[in-house]
Ligand binder design. Structure first.
Ligand code: SF4
Length: 346
């Protein structure tokens, strides 16, 4: 039986913002600037964006609601490609390593989605690769990389993270008369499989350069739409396991009834989220916490399980976007915990 895929509302587009005296001020697109490597209060100093902004419109997107966008009066929905200059990228990366010698990777995709301009994303990754830094590209793959892009990314050592949010992506096996999304996830899965083939070292059971980032939640399986959302989450978790793509779970934090997926959640299994920075005290948002990882999983300590988590600030994150390689062993990492630098052995 053909079913109709539900439409999950998107983040409203706000073209104006209120000024100090009640006037309305039009928002501007992001400036087009040189790509620099830096950090913010959740990350280490190893993040950047080759595209700023994103037209995806996922409700509750932290980047779209960040201070820089809000106070800077920016149109997040209007992505702007930034300018990659190799010498500047490499200068910044060398400065990064000088400051934090344990950082050997850079994240592209914080304040925008790199998939909106693969040429720039690939260029950055190549410049980084030439100074021994791997690029982690975190993306919803709004556009697909070409085979040429994938080959160049593979040669540069890039790691691809497909970040999926049930409701904005649907399992490819849901058969509908006509899918409004053109079943784009089917093509994304094919691209990830192809990239894994190019990059997985011989004999390795798990992918080296492909991660499935699942923005997880406990959905109400007895609700027709909650059931489809749960099916989608299960589909991708199983697909990842079958392909050997490690799962990087990001427990989604729902802000309340205004969230379009709120009514499809299993509220019995959700709780108030703890603050990232304090690690204690319940906030306003609701989350199920990590649910795909094994029993007793410690998100502050573990990087080895098949399912790891993105649920801390980056300075204390034990898996560093999956770049801590459990196959290599013997590596020593310096992490900051409780303001102290400590070394951790793989
Ligand atoms: S996985 Fe870790 S390092 Fe990567 S974004 Fe999440 S918290 Fe930061």
């Amino acid at each position: 039986m053909a079913i109709q895929l539900p439409v999950i509302a998107k983040e409203p587009v706000r073209t104006k913002s209120p000024g100090q005296h009640g006037e309305t001020i039009p928002k501007a697109n992001f400036d087009v600037c040189l790509v620099r490597i830096g950090g913010n209060n959740k990350t280490s100093d190893n993040v950047t964006d080759t595209t700023r902004g994103c037209s995806g419109g996922c409700y509750g997107c932290y980047a779209a609601r960040s201070m820089g966008v809000f106070q800077g009066r920016r149109r997040f929905d209007q992505p702007e490609t930034q300018i990659v200059v190799g010498e500047i990228v490499q200068h910044d990366l060398l400065q990064m390593v000088r400051k934090e010698p344990y950082l050997d990777w850079v994240r592209n995709g914080v304040m925008g989605d790199p998939s909106l301009d693969w040429d720039s994303a690939v260029e950055l990754s190549e410049y980084a690769g030439r100074v021994g830094i791997r690029t982690v590209i975190i993306s919803k793959f709004w556009t697909l990389p070409t085979d040429e892009h994938l080959k160049r990314l593979a040669l540069s050592g890039a790691i691809l993270h497909f970040s999926l949010i049930p409701g904005y992506e649907w399992a490819p096996d849901l058969i509908v008369g006509k899918r409004r999304d053109g079943n784009r996830v089917r093509d994304i899965c094919s691209a990830l499989v192809a990239y894994d083939k190019m990059t997985r070292p011989k004999g390795m059971k798990e992918a080296d350069s492909v991660y499935m980032r699942i923005c997880s939640a406990e959905f109400d399986r007895n609700h027709p739409i909650g059931g489809l959302l749960a099916h989608t989450q299960d589909f991708f978790a199983n697909f990842a396991k079958k392909q050997g793509f490690r799962i990087l779970e990001t427990p989604w934090k729902f802000e309340g009834k205004s969230d379009p997926r709120w009514e499809f959640l299993d509220h019995e299994k959700m709780d108030r989220a703890k603050s990232y920075t304090l690690g204690e005290g319940r906030g306003r948002k609701k989350t199920a916490g990590p649910i795909l990882s094994p029993e007793g999983f410690d998100k502050y300590k573990e990087w080895k399980p098949f399912v790891i988590a993105c649920d801390t600030t980056c300075d204390v994150c034990p898996n560093q976007c999956g770049t801590v390689d459990k196959e290599k062993g013997a590596d020593v990492r310096i992490m900051i915990q409780n303001g102290e630098k400590i070394s951790i052995k793989n």
